[in-house]
Structure formats: C-alpha cells, structure tokens
Design a protein around this ligand. Sequence first.
Ligand SMILES: [Zn+2]
Length: 252
Amino acid sequence: MSASAILQSLTEMSHYLGVESRGYAIIGEGNTSARIDADHLYVKASGTSLATMKPSDFLAVNISKVTRLLDSRDATDDDVRETLKSSLVDEQETRMPSVETMLHALLYDYPEYNFIGHTHPVYTNSVLCSVNAEEAISGRLCPDHIVVMGRATVFVPYVDPGLVLAREVRDRVRVFVEKENQPPKAIALENHGFFALGPNARAVTNITDMAEKMSHILVGTYSMGGPQFMSAADIDRIDSRPDEKYRQERIA
Ligand SMILES: [Zn+2]
C-alpha cells in the first residue's frame, strides 16, 4: 500500500468511527493510526475530530523514538511532551500528535497490526464504567463474537492515561500473547474506552462494531439476571472450525 493509499484508508476509517449517530466518539474523542512501515506510523493530530479528519490531519511519527520513553522509569509529563514532539518526522510541524500516540506506537511492535482505532462507544463504556466491567468483558456471548473479536479481549484496569497506561497495556498484551499464542484483536480500558487492532481498516471497524453490539447485548443480559457466557470448549470449537476460519478470513 502506498503512503497516500494508507492515508486515504485511515481517513475513511476515522470518518466511519466518528459518525455521531454511532455513538463511538464525539467532539475530539478517540484517535486512529496506521502503520506506514516498520518504524513509522500516521496518527491523528491532537485537537482534531474523527468525523471531520482530512489526510493532512494525520502526522507521521517515528515509532522507536516514541516508545523509547516506555522504559525510562522516572519520565515526567514534560519528557512525554518532548518525546512526542521530537518523534515527528516533519521537524517543521507545530501541531502535536494525539496524547495516546505512545500506546498506538507500542502496539505496532506486532507485525499483525496495520490499523488501530480507539473510541469511547456508548454501550462499550456502559460496560467498562460499570462494577462488572472485568467479568463482563471476559466472556464470549455467541459464535459471531468469536469470529470477529477472537477468543478473548485484553482487559486493562484504570490507570493514569499516557505513559503509565501505555506500560500497563504493553504488559497485559504480552501476557495475552503468551497465553493465547496470538495477538489480541481488542483491548478494553476500564473507565475509558476501546482499542480495535487489525491488519486493515475494515477489520478495525468490524471489531469496533461487534464490540459495541456485544456490549449492548451484555447490558441487556445484566437486566435478565446476568450473561450466560459460552463454555471454553464451545469457544475453542468455533475458533477452530474450518467454516468459521473461512468466515473470519472473508470478513477481515
Ligand atoms: Zn480515549
């Protein structure tokens, strides 16, 4: 994919996620990114809105320059700002990349990801801002839930946004990959929102749509006595069935 095709796809994905009637993001909420190459990404500029993004509203950022700060234990808020600024490919750029750029950047360590969408969907956050957040997000409700979102979702308890959150996400994704032998398709942040991760823009919108629909259903199940999650054996079966694998590939 050429840089301009990536930007076009990223812009369209952002518009889809930013449509107000979907309830995924309003005003300046959410952020999106796409991989340019092994060490560069495009990310939404801070202060822009998903619904009205133009290709020029995305900034090219050097991935290893941003993620370097993750291992610096006593980094301050000023260090974060400085690092974000110095990671911009265009040295003349005066705008700042999204505050969550570090989080996006560290996820591109996994070659499976080319597009990432972060939103604050209404039903997903109804679940994630509830006392049952971790339990509710841990299960699978029906076969399509598994086909689109995989066997499990990474849950991240609330921590300070920015550097601390980025480190927490990095650790939890590593644990997930060790256990599941594959990178996650989704990350749920308690009291915050949702990350969809995919090889292309379509996968990101599909995962976000499915997460929001399943969260809507979850809210309903809690009014009916609680969710009846699928068993581990049934999840394994759907995840390994050849016809469901075919469906997974077609959808992505
Ligand atoms: Zn957010």
